[in-house]
Design a protein around this ligand. Structure first.
Ligand code: PLP
Length: 325
């Protein structure tokens, strides 16, 4: 269904690393959302006519789900807590592309729901709405926010196989695989699959460690997310650089890191990758003698830059460095 994504070398902090280009998996399905939703493309879902999802109005998963729904001919309802006036007046990026694919984006705040829903997490509100307002349950597919569900493992297993195959060909002895986490679904299943697939294979095992960092809610929250998906023996290693990152917050450090890594000629995305590279930089500074291979997984999402880059430019200008830096 997808071709094997290429691995390309890149110089980062004066040392070579490798970028697993999952952003190139498919023109319409990018990155880890393509991996996470692969299950729904590869299995028979002929009985489904309607998809329900939820999350932010600019999420990469909104766009990927809209592609999935369009390809399968499903009606698609997507619930958001709130849509900013700016995005309503200047639709672009994931939001505009999803609407062009026929997504029906519903603002929960406009639904005049009972008070008890006000305190609930969006995912739980949508669970209730699905239970009460949709009567075609057998033909309905509800994917939780960010694709945080067991089905995500099917496609992430293929990513794990591709990484092991690549490392074997290179005769890699020791490998660190780095990827920034949102829900942690990709990192948790990737680590589990790398460990299991190697255990099931009798040839020489490569010493592989999955490193990830939190971009939402901190390390404890991320560990808690892992625990809902995999056994503790499969938890990836969480690394941080001492900063607390707030999801979607525009900072000069993130903007500059993004500009630096984009000089490689590879376009990265602006929500997760700047945090990922800042933490990876810190990790490399802490481990100067580590000389195995490093693979950074590019998880796609660059369509979202259409929304994020103008926001950064309005805040910090177009220049490479701030004047009072
Ligand atoms: C969704 C997404 C993530 C986070 O993936 P999780 O599996 O939720 O941890 C990271 N990077 C990009 C570009 C994404 O779109």
């Amino acid at each position: 269904m997808f071709a094997i994504s290429p691995v390309q070398p890149m110089l980062f902090e004066q040392r070579p690393i490798f970028v697993k280009r999952d952003d190139l998996l498919h023109p319409d399905f990018s990155g880890n959302k393509a991996r996470k939703f692969y299950h729904f493309l590869s299995q028979d879902y002929a009985h489904i006519t309607q998809l329900v999802g939820s999350g932010s109005a600019q999420a990469n998963s909104l766009y990927s789900m809209s592609v999935l729904a369009k390809q399968q001919g499903w009606q698609f309802d997507y619930y958001v807590s709130h849509i900013s006036d700016f995005i309503l007046q200047h639709p672009n990026g994931n939001y505009a592309a999803a609407i062009a694919n026929g997504a029906n984006i519903i603002e929960v705040g406009q639904l005049k729901l009972a008070d008890k829903y006000q305190q609930m997490h969006l995912d739980d509100v949508v669970q209730c709405i699905v239970a009460s307002d949709y009567n075609n349950k057998n033909s309905l597919l509800h994917i939780p926010e960010g694709g945080r569900c067991e089905y995500a493992e099917t496609g992430v297993a293929i990513l794990a196989t591709e990484i092991i195959d690549w490392a074997r060909l290179r005769n890699t002895k020791a490998l660190k695989v780095f990827l920034p986490s949102g829900t942690g679904t990709t990192a948790a299943y990737l680590n589990k699959q790398l460990l299991q697939q190697q255990a099931n294979n009798n040839s020489n095992n490569i010493n592989i460690e999955v490193l990830t960092c939190s971009t939402v809610g901190g390390d404890d929250y991320l560990r808690q997310q892992f625990s809902q998906l995999v056994a503790q023996e499969y938890f990836p290693t969480i690394v941080n650089d001492g900063h607390k990152y707030h999801f979607g917050k525009l900072t000069q450090r993130c903007y500059e890191m993004w500009q630096t890594v984009c000089q490689s000629g590879i376009e990265f995305e602006l929500l997760y990758d700047p945090v990922g590279f800042l933490v990876l930089k810190h990790y490399l500074q802490q481990h100067p003698h580590w000389d195995g291979d490093i693979v950074y997984v590019h998880q796609g999402g660059v369509l979202g830059n259409q929304t994020m880059l103008p926001r950064y430019q309005r805040k910090f200008g177009h220049s490479n460095k701030s004047e009072n830096d």
